[in-house]
Design a protein around this ligand. Structure first.
Ligand code: ADP
Length: 448
């Protein structure tokens, strides 16, 4: 196993990766910005290095500085966490060139999945179902209108280089098409430096279902159950659960094997997630996330597989320790992302100092967090306080435990979305597992 690993991230995910390292007897190196001088993750590490001012462009995204620290500290590998440089193919390539192991897929796989059009085309060739749409980029407005007509409205116009829910627009009829087309083209150029757009059928009432995969360096790939992440706000996930309430053993096998085929088609290695939209018995490939996801915890809870440790083992060159048929699950797990944001004010971020903090606990509860009493949530980074996860023998018990944990959880000094989570858990449709990605828009959650 590696002797020393650098964690190129901050907050709870930095701690998560370090916990995996420590359990495997690996020394850890943290890098931190000015804003994170006193952060828990920097103290948790065996060694910590200052890498620059608070803005991430000058610290957590500074490739050269991070590689310099890796070489100076003698780290043999880098765990990128999620966000920041985790899906940056240039960073992965520079690690490869510097002789440092990037704990993730090869840079080529990241690069291929960074372009939505390229990803679609690879998947079509591999026999993975994609949402009906254009074969490649749409060259002109005229071609775009023609395509939209033939696909049938509503359609969604997407920036090929888009991500994080930015660079897509739903169009319900021919009237609004022209304006939407130009606006996405200009967002695509300004936000991603690439005006290429394409068109997909807008799938109505979809559920977001994703498959966790693990792939070793020897071509073996397994799927490790699915997660349903339909409770989203502006395409950002808020509550996830595993397994999915609509899953059957047959559908799981079919979608899981499709996810494995998708991973093999791009020469995938390490942990990854294949995302699908599911609607009325049909499923469509959406994208591959080439990193450990925020919500990997719930998969760990139902399968007992430590995904972060598997990442280290795979990167070190070990073979997968299980075959597909060895992977089983027990019970149900749910994650609520506890954010410092105001659900009554359009979820505006609410950074500031945490004056009182008492975490939830007890049977079936797991809390992954990078904060503590007296900690100041910085406006420079995302506003997540913690990931509160609950396990139960079945979905009902998981919900009841989550509900109980939300009542135990005390965070004072900043506004949090805890009341919002409580309201979702009370909601009749949620309790029945009737979910779509429009759940939050369709229900008046706080007042219900
Ligand atoms: P990003 O890369 O920005 O995260 P994705 O392609 O993964 O974008 O889509 C994010 C979310 O947008 C999905 O979870 C889903 O809610 C919605 N979405 C994307 N494509 C479609 C589609 N064709 N039909 C309906 N909803 C879609």
């Amino acid at each position: 196993m590696f002797k020393k690993v650098l964690i190129a991230n901050r907050g709870e995910i930095a701690i998560r990766a370090m916990r995996a390292c420590r359990e495997l007897g690996v020394q850890t190196v943290a890098v931190y910005s000015e804003a994170d001088k006193n952060a828990l993750f920097a103290k948790y590490a065996d060694e910590a290095y200052y890498i620059g001012p608070a803005p991430s462009s000058q610290s957590y995204l500074n490739i050269d500085k991070i590689l310099e620290v890796a070489l100076e500290s003698g780290a043999e590998a880098i765990h990128p966490g999620y966000g920041f440089l985790s899906e940056n193919s240039i960073f992965a390539r520079k690690c490869e060139e510097a002789g440092i192991v990037f704990i993730g897929p090869p840079s080529k796989a990241i690069e291929q999945m960074g372009s939505k059009i390229a990803a679609r085309n690879v998947m079509i060739k591999a026999g993975v179902p994609v949402v009906p749409g254009t074969e490649g980029a749409v060259a002109s407005k005229e071609e775009a209108i023609e395509t939209a007509d033939s696909i049938g409205y509503p359609v969604i116009i997407k920036a090929s280089a888009g991500g994080g829910g930015i660079g897509m627009k739903i169009v319900h009829s021919k009237e609004g098409f022209k304006t939407a087309f130009h606006s996405i083209q200009s967002v695509a150029s300004s936000a991603f430096g690439d005006p290429t757009v394409f068109i997909e059928k807008y799938v109505e009432e979809p559920r977001h279902i994703e498959f966790q995969i693990l792939a070793d360096k020897y071509g073996d790939v397994v799927y490790v159950m699915e997660r349903e992440c339909s409770i989203q706000r502006r395409h950002q996930k808020l509550i996830e659960e595993a397994p999915s309430p609509v899953m059957t053993p047959e559908l799981r096998k079919e979608m899981g094997e499709t996810a494995v085929r998708a991973a093999k088609a791009i020469g995938y290695e390490n942990a990854g997630t294949v995302e699908f939209l599911y609607s009325k018995g049909e499923y469509y490939f959406l994208e591959v996330n080439t990193r450990l996801q925020v919500e990997h915890t719930i998969t760990e809870m139902i399968t007992g597989i430590d995904l972060a440790k598997q990442q280290l083992r795979i990167a070190w060159g070990e073979k997968l320790p299980f075959r597909q048929e060895d992977i089983t699950y027990r019970g149900w797990a749910i994650e609520c992302r506890i954010n410092a944001e105001d659900p009554l004010n359009d979820f505006a971020p609410s950074p500031g100092k945490i004056r009182r903090y008492r975490s939830a606990g007890g049977p079936g509860i797991r809390v992954d967090s990078g904060v503590h009493m007296g900690y100041t949530i910085s406006p420079y980074y995302d506003s997540m306080i913690s990931k509160l996860c609950a396990w139960g023998q079945n979905r009902e018990e998981a919900i009841d435990r989550m509900n109980r944990a939300l009542y135990e959880y005390v965070v004072a000094g900043v506004t949090t979305n805890i009341p919002f989570h409580k309201a979702v858990l009370r909601n009749e449709s949620f309790r029945k597992g009737k979910l779509t990605t429009h759940f939050i828009d369709d229900h008046n959650i706080i007042e219900d």
